[in-house]
Write a protein that binds this ligand. Structure first.
Ligand code: ATP
Ligand code: MG
Length: 148
């Protein structure tokens, strides 16, 4: 059940290649050394897809999406960042809740508010630490960590 994290991220990115290219967005992967990781590959896809999807949906006109891999001795950390308007501090703890959606974005972007709740469920099942940090006006970073 082990697989390459670098291959996984590259595979996930190909799903968005067309939409990125056609709209002139910018998506970059900064890999670290490759590692074999132990996870449910399809579930991990779902998490990465949701993070990328949100980064595309909730970011301004010139979308810059960065996927960063940071290896440490015992884990691989994956961060998905955007340059969007960010999430207010008081709302940040709610984003992983089921059906939570920012009232201000509701009109512009269609969604169910379930994407991040599913991510949370999957990451909890795997026992992978995860979180979000955001700065209003600058952007948002969703991250998770895979023990290796
Ligand atoms: P869907 O179920 O289609 O994913 P959704 O995108 O609204 O719908 P989530 O992915 O769970 O649901 O996100 C919940 C809410 O968190 C979003 O509606 C948005 O308000 C906020 N949010 C999520 N990601 C970002 C981001 N990268 N930047 C700013 N706000 C975000
Ligand atoms: Mg979403």
């Amino acid at each position: 059940r082990k697989f390459s994290i670098v291959d996984k991220i590259n595979d996930c990115m190909t799903r968005y290649q067309l939409v990125i290219e056609q709209n002139g967005y910018d998506m970059k992967y900064e890999p670290d050394e490759d590692r074999q990781i132990d996870a449910d590959p399809d579930k991990l896809d779902q998490v990465i897809y949701n993070f990328i999807n949100n980064a595309i949906n909730y970011t301004g006109d010139h979308k810059v999406i960065r996927i960063k891999q940071i290896n440490s001795e015992k884990s691989v950390r994956i961060e998905v960042s955007d340059n969007g308007k960010g999430i207010a501090k008081d709302l940040l703890p709610k984003v992983f809740d089921r059906y939570y959606r920012d009232a201000k974005v509701k009109r512009d972007v269609v969604g169910t508010g379930l994407g991040l709740a599913i991510c949370k469920e999957i990451l909890k099942c795997h026992d992978f630490p995860f979180g979000v940090r955001s700065e209003e006006g600058k952007g948002t970073t969703f991250w998770f960590e895979i023990p290796t």
